[in-house]
Design a protein around this ligand. Structure first.
Ligand code: SAM
Length: 371
């Protein structure tokens, strides 16, 4: 199946047709930034009279009415559901004009919502004439193919990306919430056309896609974007070592998008590899005995007490003529309510002039396995 995928390619055409060519259950992650159907009429002007180029593109106003837009949304979302792997997930971003229609269709189709995320723009376009609140956010829906999906969520990686919290520099980590304050795409990041004007009205910031891809996919996964635009999704995917498949109808966007991708490479990092989320290798006391990190017959000492017990060749503890595992004996001697405590943080062994926790000896053993 994987061989038939147009991995790391940009396909030009109507995504409703292109999506048909993607095999069933083949994609790990989808990011979709569809037309907003902003229903813009006339031109938007700054107070001093100059024109502001918002989203008034032909591709955005290609719908007769909301029913037409809902119909279009249903078509591409049905295809996305078909091509997602059972444990894959999808992110869809939209403004107030479209996200409610899209969310309704997604729920009808059986997508299972994980979160809705508010992208709070730290530098939004002003409401030039002060006629309503400044529109300073967009909404993202994160959903799985079905309720049963065991989707990827790199929880600890998300904590590492939550770097604006007080104390982050000093090692504090907090759960990433569902309001993300990030700037809109501007400056050097914004692609310019041959005249130096902005190429695309709705280019998304790379930081947004970086975060999404880093927390909801694994290195080597395939990320598909049905509305590629300036190829922001592919850019973040490439930097993070994921494969991409981009669909886009506009040849100019594709041309500039390709140049953008050519200038990027994989940036090997703990975030890309989701190293923070790697489960530590499970190791047993018998393994540690065999490897010489523990010794049969040595005494282990219950931390901050006078209790001690002897280590057997089966990785158990002999105490007053009875054999226990390290967790049960720790709980008994500590008069804990639980039947077992984590023995690795209660038992110590003599090493040189000091006592060292089994937990630390286990870390030394794990490190020795990595070398
Ligand atoms: C909101 S923009 C996506 C912007 C993109 N996320 C980025 O960062 O540059 C939507 C894109 O979808 C493309 N598009 C709209 N309808 C399409 C269709 N039916 N098939 C393929 N592309 C389409 C438009 O040309 C536009 O570039």
């Amino acid at each position: 199946m994987q061989n038939q995928l147009p991995i790391n390619q940009i396909l030009q055409g109507n995504s409703l047709e292109l999506l048909h060519t993607i095999p069933d259950s083949s994609i790990d992650l989808i990011f979709a930034d569809p037309p907003y159907f902003m229903r813009v009429e006339g031109s938007l002007q700054r107070p001093e009279g100059s024109n502001f180029s918002g989203c008034d593109d032909v591709w955005d106003n290609a719908f007769v009415d909301n029913a037409d837009y809902v119909n279009f949304s249903r078509k591409w979302l049905e295809e996305c559901q078909r091509i997602l792997k059972p444990n894959g997930s999808i992110w869809v971003i939209g403004s107030m004009q479209c996200i409610y229609s899209i969310g309704g269709v997604m729920q009808e189709l059986g997508f299972w919502f994980i979160n809705d995320v508010i992208w709070h723009k730290s530098n939004p376009t002003p409401n030039f004439h002060g006629t309503r609140l400044n529109n300073s956010h967009e909404t993202l829906i994160w959903a799985t193919k079905s309720k049963k999906s065991k989707y990827t969520f790199n929880y600890k990686t998300a904590k590492e990306l939550n770097c604006e919290i007080i104390g982050f520099e000093n090692g504090e980590r907090k759960q990433l919430g569902s309001v993300w304050k990030l700037p809109v795409c501007s400056g050097k990041e914004r692609l310019k056309d041959i005249n130096g004007d902005k190429l695309h009205n709705t280019q998304k910031p790379e930081s947004l896609l970086y975060r999404i891809i880093a927390i909801s996919s694994k290195i080597g996964d395939t990320v598909l974007d049905p509305f590629g635009g300036t190829m922001t999704t592919a850019a973040a995917a490439k930097i993070l070592g994921r494969n991409y498949i981009m669909l886009e109808q506009n040849s100019t966007y594709i041309q500039y998008g390709k140049q953008r991708l050519d200038s990027l490479t994989f940036e090997d990092s703990p975030i890309a590899k989701a190293e923070f989320d790697k489960k530590p290798l499970k190791v047993s006391l018998t393994e540690m005995l065999t490897a010489g990190f523990l010794h049969v017959g040595e005494q282990l000492y219950l931390k901050n007490t006078t209790f001690r017990a002897q280590l057997t060749d089966e990785g158990k503890l002999e105490f007053e003529g009875q054999i226990y595992d390290i967790h049960t004996l720790a709980a008994r001697l500590k008069h804990a309510k639980a039947e077992r405590l984590n023995g690795f943080v209660y038992w110590e062994a003599n090493r040189g002039d000091s006592r060292i926790l089994l937990h630390d000896i286990r870390e030394e053993y794990r490190t020795s396995l990595e070398i």
